[in-house]
Design a protein around this ligand. Structure first.
Ligand code: SF4
Length: 373
């Protein structure tokens, strides 16, 4: 398959692994944070950590959109579905994420809430058209990748005069989160380079990372999702670290440009505005790190239409998701991993999401605890 097979060649992987072993200085530790959960899954699916020398370690970052959503926003969405008799539409992963008291959208649905899984914003618009007597709310989450489709949906609803459609907006921005992680790292040390996200970078462009790289003297390489992309990007980071450089380099040139997607950026700037502050699981309250529906589209803002309360949610006791998302703990540091917490019975968002670090450790089997004899 074009653009897939050539980036999964075993022979090329061996050559890249040999180059990494040769160029990694045995006197250094190379802790490379992959920001994006998609990279975490590629690393585990293809066993890339096992191809690295002992002193090159992948550290998992906060780039899983479901995982960084704080419990209070899940609670608010459940409240919307239960308290306002709306049809709440959202992506599948979110349905199973535990809110406070381990309530989830799926459990709220079982208890009678009209909560529907959709594959796209188009599905949510179709539900609104088919149910003119009901209010339909799209529970929107995600980084810059999923934000433009939400903007399109709001503009489409406006164009059609769909008065029963609104968006509970939880879109977040990558650079402020990376800035926070690197500011913390400047105090604690540890991370020597960053693998930048793939899909997000197609929208915001590689230049968006330059302030972070300059402020924290941090090498950044935008990496594609295939195994050879990740290995090549790791090698590029190792070369930068060895040379004492801290530039933003782009390995994923087949999809990412320095400027990004101007049309998508213009759409986002039209439909959304920056929130003064927003809570992230694991990172706390971050200034100017998330988007709200702009005043010009206020009728399509579920938070204004239904006066959604700000809720301080409670994390599941013992769940280390917050520190896993900062790269401080590994999923296997969590006492609940693979015992109480499994994909069938998730205790935290990182085990639910298809981009979550705990799900990656579990799915690819390499770090399961051995079954009791
Ligand atoms: S294993 Fe489960 S409980 Fe532990 S950090 Fe991951 S999601 Fe949370």
């Amino acid at each position: 398959m074009k653009y897939v097979d050539e980036f999964r060649s075993g022979e090329r992987a061996k050559r890249l692994a040999a180059a990494i072993r040769q160029e990694a200085d045995p006197g250094r530790q190379y802790r490379l944070m992959e920001f994006c959960g998609g990279h975490t899954h590629a690393i585990f699916r293809f066993g890339l950590q096992t191809l690295m020398p002992d002193n090159v370690e992948f550290v998992h970052g906060p780039g899983c959109p479901v995982c960084v959503l704080p419990t209070g926003r899940i609670d608010a969405a459940i409240g919307l579905a239960r308290g306002h008799d709306v049809i709440l539409c959202t992506y599948g992963d979110l349905m199973r994420v535990p809110g406070s008291g381990r309530m989830s959208l799926l459990k709220a649905k079982a208890a009678g809430g009209d909560i529907r899984m959709v594959y796209s914003t188009r599905d949510a618009l179709a539900i609104a058209r088919a149910n003119p007597e009901r209010q339909v709310v799209f529970f929107a989450i995600g980084f810059e990748t999923t934000t433009p489709p939400t903007a399109v949906a709001i503009r489409q609803a406006e164009a059609e005069g769909l008065e029963n459609f609104s968006v509970f907006c939880n879109h977040v921005l990558t650079p402020p989160a990376l800035h926070t992680i690197l500011r913390q790292n400047a105090r604690d040390g540890g991370i020597a380079g960053v693998l930048g996200p793939s899909h997000v970078s197609t929208i915001i462009g590689s230049r968006a990372y330059e302030p972070c790289a300059a402020t924290f003297s941090m090498p950044v390489v935008i990496a594609g999702f295939e195994p050879l992309d990740v290995m090549q990007s790791a090698l590029m980071l190792i070369r930068q670290i060895n040379a004492g450089r801290h530039a933003v380099e782009n390995e994923y040139t087949r999809a990412v440009t320095p400027e990004g997607n101007g049309k998508a950026q213009a759409l986002m700037a039209d439909v959304f505005e920056l929130r003064p502050t927003f809570e992230w699981r694991g990172l706390g309250m971050l200034a100017h790190s998330a988007l709200a529906v702009a005043d010009a589209y206020a009728p399509f803002d579920a938070e204004r239409r239904f006066a959604v309360p700000q809720i301080a949610g409670a994390e599941t006791k013992g769940c280390l998701c917050p520190s896993v998302l900062r790269g401080v703990d590994k999923p296997t540091d969590c006492k609940l991993f693979g015992t109480v917490c499994t994909p069938e019975n998730p205790m935290g968002a990182c085990m639910v999401s298809s981009e979550g670090a705990c799900a990656a450790y579990w799915s690819y089997g390499r770090f399961r605890r051995p079954a009791a004899a």
